[in-house]
Structure formats: C-alpha cells, structure tokens
Design a protein. Structure first.
Length: 454
C-alpha cells in the first residue's frame, strides 16, 4: 500500500553566536533536500537543530507506525531508537558513579566479572574507551539472531566469558558493544537500581527530558515508531525487532530530537557531570573518547555519537565552535548513511552548497543482478552468497545469517550493523568477478565461483 506522508518545518529566527554563521538560506536548502528525499521515499525520520540552546529548525517526514490498517505519520515528537548513541548515557552514568566514589576508572573488571577472559587486566576506563580487547558480541552472527529474543544477564555474561581476549587491554582500540553491556551491569550492581531507574533519576530528571526511555516500554502510543526497510515497491516494517533490554547501555535508549538536543546541552553545560568528568570523557585517542566520539567536519570538530539498530539510524552532535547542536533520527533510509549525513552537514554549515542528487548513482535491475553469485576464498575458507531480496543486495553465509548491503558508492556497499564494507570488481562483461570485504579485522578478497557449465 502507499503510505501517507507528512512533514512539518519550523525555520525559526536565526541566532548569531560565536562563529555560527548559519543563514536562512542554509536551512532552506536543508529543508528542500529533506523534502526531496522524503518525496522520493528515500528517507523517513526527524531532524532537529539548535543554536546556543535555542531551537532553530525541526523537520519530520515519512511514516512512524504501520500496523495493519493503522498508519501514523512521523512528527517532531516521534520516539526512535538512538542505537549506539546510548553509550553517551552509559558513560555519563559511569562518570557520576566515579564522582560519588562508588566506582574508580582504574578499577578492574575481575572485581565484578572474574570469569571474563583478561578481566584482571581490564580497567573500567578501557571499557569506556573501547580499549578492553573484548570481542564485540554483535559481530557474532549467532548472537545477532538471538538478540531478537530476550536474553538474561547470566546468559549474556556466560556468552562473553566464552570469548577470548583480542589484544592486551589498553594497547589498542577496537569498537565493542560488549564493553557497554558490562558497564550497564556494573552500574546496576553498585547502585542497586535497574538501568531504567538510573537513566530516569540521574539523567532524565536532571536534564528535563520528557520523551526518553530505556526500551520502548512506557512510550505513549502516539509517539511510538517502527523502523522500515525499503523494498522494490514500498517501505516494509522491520520485524522482528532487536530486544532493546538485551543491548542495555550499548543501544537500549529511545528518544526524540528535542530530548537529544536537551541531553547534549545539559552535558556540555555541566548539568549532568562536572567539568573535570566531561574533560575525562573528551580525552580522545584515534577519535574515541569515553562514551563519546570526535565527529570532524570540514575545519570543525563535533562531539557526539552515531548509531544503527534494526533500521533506525542516529547522528547526535555538538559543534562548540559554532554553538550548534543537531539530532538526526531516522526510522527509514534507502541511501548511504554516511553520505546522507555529510550532505546534511554541508547544507547546514557551508555556503553556496547545491542540493546533492543520489538517485542517479543507485544500481538497480540488471546492473544489480550482475553483482550476485557465490564468492569464495580458498585461502581463508570464506564463502558467501550474494543475492537480491526485496530489490536489495543481501549477503549470506549459507546458514541463518544474512544481512542487507546498503549502497554508498558506484560499486561500494556497507553494512553498518556489522561494520563491514564491500567493494565489487567487474570483469570485461560487466559482471562482478571479485569481492573485497573489509572490517576492523582486515581486508579479505573473494573470487566469484564460476557457474556450472561456464
């Protein structure tokens, strides 16, 4: 069916603060860009921008909820998963516990979980900054399947204890959701409160957040959303959903654009933690702070986080030099996430930017089928099948695991959930004969298996 669409725009008075030289032309171009993408059914969600604490712009587009005959449109009050941006909440809670003397950054993990490999070497500061060496459980395809089910704390810890340490703690950085699930459990243990209660009492009340929750429990029905994946004909609800309670502080928070702006403003105003604690969070190595990332754009450096969970995408950033804070929360995207964010930032912060056109670079139909087939590596033993499902490329390992590949370039695709990048190479006939897969573990080159009789 064809979904009803809605967008609302509030381009408020421009505020000049610091070097924030934003003009109404920038906001108008951004607004046109979002409306074009929404009309072409390439993007759904909300965008919120503030300057020096004052709301400058809001946009909402696409479908929030679809259940049988019930269809509801997105509004600026739509509550969406923020995915890995939840880690900022967990880091703030941890720093609050440090300020209260209940935790120490140099405290070792074996005090809480001695069964974890290398726990006697891993400090809490390593967990916060992804320096623990712990394997990322969301890179475990078996766990990704189970995350659609409720998994108990004991079962999660048992799974983590089966993983071997990847490197000496403190010697490298490797993004791992395991770190933040364990931090969540530790916070519950030392406080005697549930993670839900901790967020409510220590963040929501202090920052005045009205529409932020841990998991989707308690969200008013008129603010509830699904995430959607684009098929060849329409948007389809992403089901089953990952159980947010399983992700804990690694990805379990849901919120609105206005609340995320308020959270960032409160964090940088010193309303949630002290300036000393904030400075600790902002000690960066290779772009990673403690629960917060450096987000460079042009000559500016933003601080915040991005995330993806199911088909929700988030980008939350504060640019101090411009006095600018923005929240991008999407519940449907048929484009490359990084390219879309970069285009929005250019339209917001640079002069004389032309509206980008994504539609001309998308591979479809016969060209997409030219990338399908079986690919293997005799050296590593890897073998994957590339096929088309609902108008999109999917990659599977022949078992229960499969994932959609999102195009971000002519022959470049990405899977943000598993942090994988795919580059196809074509032969003289225009068919893919090689596939390069890269992630934090390295680069793997696979050859296309010849078809029978060829």
């Amino acid at each position: 069916m064809k979904y009803t669409k809605f967008y609302s725009t509030f381009a408020l008075f421009f505020i000049c603060a610091f070097s924030y030289a934003q003009t109404s032309d920038n906001l108008n171009r951004l607004d046109s860009f979002l409306n074009v993408l929404e009309s072409k059914e390439q993007l759904m969600g909300t965008v919120t921008i503030s300057g020096q604490g004052e709301l400058l712009y809001e946009w909402a587009g696409g479908t929030a909820w679809h259940n049988g005959l019930e269809v509801r449109d997105n509004s600026v009050q739509s509550v969406m998963s923020i995915g890995s941006a939840s880690k900022m909440f967990t880091a703030v809670l941890t720093m609050q516990m440090v300020e209260e003397g209940k935790l120490e950054l140099d405290q070792r993990l074996d005090y809480f979980f001695p069964q974890i490999d290398g726990a006697d070497q891993i400090k809490l500061r390593h967990l916060l900054q992804h320096q623990s060496g712990l394997f990322n459980f969301t890179s475990d395809t078996g766990m990704l399947y189970k995350m659609h089910l409720e998994i108990s704390r004991d079962d999660m810890v048992q799974t983590f204890s089966n993983y071997r340490l990847m490197f000496e703690p403190g010697s490298q950085i490797n993004y791992s959701n395991t770190n933040y699930v364990l931090l969540s459990y530790i916070l519950e243990e030392v406080s005697g409160l549930s993670f839900d209660q901790l967020i409510s009492e220590n963040i929501l009340e202090r920052a005045g957040l009205k529409s932020t929750y841990f998991t989707k429990r308690g969200i008013p029905s008129d603010q509830l959303t699904n995430s959607f994946i684009k098929t060849a004909n329409d948007w389809v609800t992403m089901l089953p959903e990952i159980k947010l309670g399983t992700t804990m502080g690694a990805g379990g928070v849901v919120s609105t654009g206005r609340d995320m702006i308020a959270f960032m403003d409160a964090l940088f105003a010193g309303d949630l933690i002290s300036c000393v604690s904030l400075d600790e969070m902002l000690q960066f190595e290779n772009g990673f702070g403690k629960g917060i990332l450096q987000l460079p754009f042009s000559d500016d450096i933003g601080f915040g986080h991005y995330g993806q969970l199911d088909e929700y995408y988030s980008f939350i950033a504060h640019f101090p030099s411009r006095g600018l804070t923005l929240s991008i929360l999407l519940n449907g995207l048929d484009l490359g996430f990084e390219n879309t964010i970069n285009s929005m930032l250019k339209l917001m912060m640079e002069e004389d930017q032309q509206l980008p056109d994504y539609t001309s670079t998308l591979i479809q139909g016969d060209d997409l089928r030219a990338l399908t087939g079986d690919f293997f590596s005799g050296e590593s033993g890897m073998e994957f099948n590339i096929s088309i499902e609902s108008g999109k490329l999917i990659i599977s390992n022949g078992k229960e695991s499969k994932t959609y590949m999102i195009q971000i370039g002519d022959l470049l695709f990405k899977d943000w959930q598993n942090e994988l990048e795919f580059i196809f190479e074509l032969n003289g006939s225009g068919e893919a004969n090689r596939l390069k897969i890269s992630n934090s573990g390295g680069v793997f080159l696979l050859e296309r298996r010849p078809e029978m009789g060829s």
